[in-house]
Design a protein around this ligand. Structure first.
Ligand SMILES: Nc1c(N[C@@H]2O[C@H](COP(=O)(O)O)[C@@H](O)[C@H]2O)[nH]c(=O)[nH]c1=O
Length: 213
């Protein structure tokens, strides 16, 4: 993905989201109702997971972020520690975001896939007042400008969902150093359905129950 290119979008042609309560607000990482489980930890939003990924070397900071009830607060609470983000953060953050979106999909398959597919083939844009990197900013009533990296990752995910949904059911760990959550290496993530099959095969008693941190 060419990240640096600024794009112009015409509001009438796109699916855009700003508030999580809007029709397509579920596409936002801040959207409630799309919980995730990683290493047995229940995480409320993809935003909290993404922000926690900045700090694999600081499990206490990760824990604080993950235990926040609101994603905006999780992001705010990570702010004082931003300077201590993993040193390669700028190089890996798009990969990490892509992985977080896939995890959101695996754990919310029906709801998130239906939402993504309902956007048809229209451009998806995070409409942001101040973030022209992950989103695009209004220039006037008809135009948004920005790199829209999040919107483009969502379009990429939508295309994979249209072409080969089964390939999205499991997610290999990212091949980056220190891909850790609360001190443990993040393993392959499987859809709850695949996990149940694996558990039946291993003659276990059933899927584990998860509580929020
Ligand atoms: N800046 C912004 C949002 N942008 C979101 O912030 C995340 C990236 O954060 P970071 O790379 O740490 O700045 C990513 O999920 C992006 O979509 N969202 C919002 O509701 N309000 C904001 O003010």
């Amino acid at each position: 993905m060419s990240e640096t290119q600024i794009r112009t979008y015409h509001t009438k042609d796109v699916v855009r989201f700003r508030k999580t309560t809007e029709e397509f607000g579920g596409l936002s990482n801040m959207a409630p109702g799309f919980p995730i489980v990683v290493l047995g930890h229940r995480i409320r939003t993809s935003e909290a997971l993404y922000q926690a990924c900045r700090f694999p070397h600081l499990p206490e900071v990760q824990k604080m972020i993950l235990s926040e009830g609101s994603p905006m607060t999780a992001k705010m609470r990570s702010k004082p520690f931003r300077k201590d983000s993993r040193p390669d953060w700028d190089d890996v953050r798009v990969k990490v975001m892509k992985w977080c979106l896939r995890v959101k999909l695996v754990y919310n398959w029906r709801k998130f896939s239906e939402l993504l597919l309902s956007t048809g083939d229209r451009p998806i844009v995070e409409d942001s007042r101040k973030d022209g990197y992950w989103g695009a900013m209004p220039q006037d009533a008809d135009t948004l400008n920005g790199q829209n990296v999040l919107g483009r990752l969502l379009m990429d995910l939508r295309r994979k969902l249209q072409e080969d949904p089964e390939a999205l059911r499991s997610i290999p760990p990212l091949q980056i150093r220190n891909f850790l959550l609360l001190g443990e290496p993040i393993p392959m993530i499987m859809s709850p359905r695949q996990q149940e099959v694996a558990l039946v095969r291993s003659d276990d008693e059933g899927p584990a129950q998860h509580a929020f941190l």
